[in-house]
Ligand binder design. Structure first.
Ligand code: HEC
Length: 114
């Protein structure tokens, strides 16, 4: 019995921390990305990021946020996007890995919703 309670507690804590992590990602997204991206409201300067965690691999998304300059020069998918988006390059915002992971957690959690 004690064991079961403990498991619930641990599960509860990990759900909670995932949530706060995604929340932190939302805060960064809302301050740094919304000038160019929406989540489900259509294209702006850049693509609508709704569904991006389904159409791209997590690593690809992280690289695109961390080092768009290199991606836009070397990655075929990113190069095509650049053409599609009138050669307006996504800018490097100098985010740290944990900030990028938080944004990814947020994007994933949004893609789980309908
Ligand atoms: C100055 C505008 C601008 C800002 C700010 C910006 N982006 Fe972008 N982003 C773009 C453009 C434009 C593209 C399409 C590729 C290109 O033209 O460079 C893009 C592409 C992307 C892609 C690939 C989308 C796909 O469909 O594969 C991701 C992921 C992305 N951006 C995430 C972010 C995140 C997260 C932030 C905030 C930290 C951000 N971007 C901030 C303009 C921007």
């Amino acid at each position: 019995m004690k064991n079961i309670l403990l498991r619930f507690l641990v599960l509860g804590v990990s759900f909670f921390s995932l949530d706060t992590f995604a929340q932190a990602g939302k805060a960064i997204f809302d301050s740094k990305c919304v000038t160019c991206h929406t989540l489900g409201k259509g294209k702006l300067i850049g693509p609508d990021l709704k569904g991006v965690t389904q159409r791209r691999k997590a690593d690809w998304i992280k690289k695109m946020i961390k080092d768009p300059e290199t991606m836009l020069k070397t990655d075929e998918t990113a190069k095509k996007l650049l053409q599609e988006y009138n050669n307006i390059p996504m800018i490097n915002m100098g985010l740290k890995d944990n900030e990028i992971n938080a944004i990814l957690a947020y994007l994933k959690s949004e893609d789980k919703k309908k």
